[in-house]
Design a protein around this ligand. Sequence first.
Ligand SMILES: C[S@@+](CC[C@H](N)C(=O)[O-])C[C@H]1O[C@@H](n2cnc3c(N)ncnc32)[C@H](O)[C@@H]1O
Length: 276
Amino acid sequence: MTTQQRQQAQEAWDAIAAGYDEFVSPTHAHVSKAALDAADLRPGMRFLDVAAGAGALSLPAARLGAEVVATDISPDMVERLAANVKEEGLSNVEARVMDGHALELENDSFDVSGSQYGVMFFPDLPQALGEIVRVTEPGGRVFIVVYGNPKEVEFLGFFLRAMRAVIPDFEGLPLDPTPLPFQVSDPQKLRQRLQEAGLEGVRVETVAEELEFHSGRQLWDWLMNSNPIPGTLVSDTTEEQRAAAREVLDEMLRERSGGSGLAVLTSPVHIGIGTK
Ligand SMILES: C[S@@+](CC[C@H](N)C(=O)[O-])C[C@H]1O[C@@H](n2cnc3c(N)ncnc32)[C@H](O)[C@@H]1O
């Protein structure tokens, strides 16, 4: 990444770090557990988290008893993560600001390395995977967690339908060329990328992410803070249009909840994992 790209990424993620910590991180517990189980992380192991955010993966890894190094390009995310670590009284997490394309870490220094909803946003995924593999010790495991087919990602479908109900020609997220967050949403491609990075015994496990929402406002807050893209997609809209979209979401969620008040939106999530 160029210095300018790095700065832009930092600023974009810093801007949503507080919202990410509040609205998004807590919704990743189920997927984090599935990933750590797939990697068979055990107490005492050295674990690297790349693009760690506010700690959705690092915190459960630390609770398991691993020695965690949590890295992220956004200083505000790292600050949030460190505050969460302190609040829980954990002493086995080192949080560092670092670009995942150029890890300032020694070769062969981790038993397990992973990135959850992280490297899928990177402009140079092969470079980032090469770095993760470099710092993992021979025989160690590397995993990445990514969204599957965007057409099956329900929060995205709900967002686009609500926006189009208000602005009929709202383009949304063009899927051609494939946007960065979905660059390895195809399990074949994910497997291929991990193999090209030098991993062996690569496998892909698919789990269903289930997100629960009770209001359009709550889903909107989740979307706008989940990554910088939704905010840019609605940057040309008026506050009235956004409020109207939230009302449409309210109605859609009510319908989905079947009267229970709590709607569950599912998405396919792939955990790609291999051995160095
Ligand atoms: C969707 S969040 C995922 C956070 C966390 N892994 C989780 O599961 O909640 C993506 C994270 O990638 C980080 N990120 C984006 N580009 C990065 C880069 N080049 N190097 C390191 N981190 C990066 C962002 O700052 C953000 O915290």
